[in-house]
Write a protein that binds this ligand. Structure first.
Ligand code: F6P
Length: 490
């Protein structure tokens, strides 16, 4: 933080994302505040709180318009404001084409290996371009100088870096792609592959979570664009401008702000046991995320089923709590996933339930950060079985929540986080029986081994926290900006 302020004394920092950090909703005549379930928000919000600046995002809450000033701005966080939130309004048509259509039916399945076919519609592409233009105009409105540092977030804004470059040629643009980038052959099925890569190459720096995804991008730029690729320095030169392609593994705030108000682990366990009417000796496994088909929720439920079938001694002694936040529910792939999960849970509970005891509890609703932390702290193991994931911050949040140094993390080898958290039990979510055996191993793991593993993971997340993620990107940007200023001044 200090380093950043020294390096960027006069820089204006603008963040652009689809999802806003604070959502205001109206229910029963009252305005309520919601913090969305979003890895992107979890990572960037503490950085903005510390550094200040302006965050530009889509205003999605039913009371969002009632809380902004005439310029659609709001000082946040509520209560102790340190930065500005500028809300951008979208029509239903725009939201449907840009967010649900192109971003979530096109790019999301294109970039994640989950075997869901991407859908590309011309009309969605029109809306996507239009919304990117709209955000580019808002960036110009919010810029207080001609060379701000703009952090463009995610696959909703692939065209934005180029649009910013056209409007503010001196801006330092860092684009960060929060999801995987597929191999060139896969990416090549996108009808607008060239436009998307061109848009991203408007950035000064383009970041991914892993080196693997950087390599995939370089391969795509090489294959589809008439560009110069410098593999040694990991850069692409296109239209006379160089873009650095860099890995910046995202992380979380350390220590998590909500941890300060948390009860001791024992009290969290008692509270969760009471809430779910669990026997005093029941072991608890948790899964917490958005209800997304990339998260492998069905796969982990099948693995619990397998575990109880092969090790019936755990029936009545193990409960798996799955907290799932509804997400993108207007899309059939998402609504049908929920139906399928409910049927599967009913099935497993019918097979292995004992009296009043049901081994799986599926709670479909939004959970606030303090509830999530309580569940993490109450559990014996946390299951992150993503079929594919850029990073996955749930894994890091679980580790951060366990200041008692206990609990076992089960982590998919297909989540970026598995490159860093190697002391987790690493699993293949497609291998149901293998995953079930990992659960058994977790349940039987001696406390000393749990502690040793947890300590190593906590050391890593403490050190590679989100401030470091942001600092590395911003310091790289500041260096390039200084160099660029010399060029401009000549
Ligand atoms: O991390 C990927 C991501 O799409 C983020 O961009 C987003 O904040 C999060 O998942 C949640 O998705 P959504 O914003 O569509 O609810």
């Amino acid at each position: 933080h200090r380093l950043l302020l020294e390096e960027l004394p006069d820089a204006q920092v603008l963040v652009v994302s689809n999802r806003e950090p604070y959502i205001h909703n109206r229910s029963a005549g009252e305005i309520t505040l919601q913090i969305p379930a979003s890895g992107l928000v979890a990572a960037l919000e503490p950085v903005m709180r510390a550094c200040g600046g302006t965050w530009i995002a889509h205003g999605s809450g039913s009371a969002d318009r009632d809380t902004v000033d005439a310029a659609d701005r709001l000082r946040v966080p509520p209560g102790e404001p340190t930065y500005l939130l500028r809300r951008v309004w979208l029509s239903e048509k725009e939201q449907s084409g840009y967010y649900y259509g192109l971003a979530n039916e096109g790019l999301w399945p294109l970039c994640h290996i989950a075997f869901v076919r991407p859908t590309f519609r011309e009309e969605d592409w029109v809306q996507y371009r239009k919304v990117n233009e709209q955000f580019a105009d808002v960036i110009v409105e919010e810029a207080t100088c001609d060379d701000p540092i703009v952090l463009v977030q995610d696959y909703h804004f692939a065209l934005l870096p180029r649009m910013i470059r056209d409007r503010l040629p001196k801006a330092t643009v860092i684009a960060f792609w929060h999801i995987p980038w597929p191999n060139a052959e896969t990416f090549g099925i996108c009808p607008w592959r060239r436009e998307i890569i061109d848009g991203l190459l408007g950035s000064t720096i383009l970041g991914f979570h892993t080196q693997f995804h950087c390599n995939n991008f370089l391969e795509a730029a090489d294959r589809f664009m008439e560009s110069r690729i410098d593999r040694e320095h990991a850069s692409v030169t296109f239209r006379g401008q160089e873009t650095l392609i860099r890995p910046y593994p995202i992380s979380i705030e350390w220590p998590p702000a909500a941890l300060v108000d948390q009860a001791p682990v024992r009290e969290c366990r008692d509270a969760v046991r009471r809430r779910f009417s669990l026997p005093a000796d029941a072991r608890i496994a948790v899964g917490i995320e958005r209800f997304d088909y990339t998260k492998g929720i069905l796969d982990r439920i099948r693995a619990i089923d397998d575990l109880l079938r092969c090790h019936p001694e755990w029936i009545g002694r193990l409960v798996f709590i799955q907290a799932a936040a509804p997400t993108r529910s207007k899309l059939a792939t998402y609504s049908s996933l929920q139906g399928e999960a409910e049927r599967l849970v009913a099935d497993v509970n019918a097979r292995h339930g004992k009296g009043d005891f049901q081994p799986i509890r599926l709670v479909v609703r939004h959970h606030e950060p303090d509830e999530v932390l309580e569940l993490f702290r109450a559990s014996d193991m946390c299951i992150v079985s993503s079929l594919h994931d850029g990073m996955n911050l749930v894994a890091k949040e679980f580790v951060a929540a366990r200041d008692d140094e206990h609990g076992v993390l089960i982590l998919s080898s297909f989540a970026g986080a598995s490159r860093e958290l190697s002391e987790a039990l690493i699993v293949n979510p497609y291998d149901t029986h293998g995953m079930a055996e990992a659960f058994v191993r977790a349940l039987q793991m001696p406390p000393a081994e749990q502690r040793d593993r947890m300590r190593l993971m906590r050391d890593l997340v403490r050190e590679r926290n989100v401030y470091r993620w942001a600092a590395q990107m911003l310091l790289d940007a500041a260096r390039l900006r200084r160099r660029q200023r010399i060029v401009w001044s000549n």
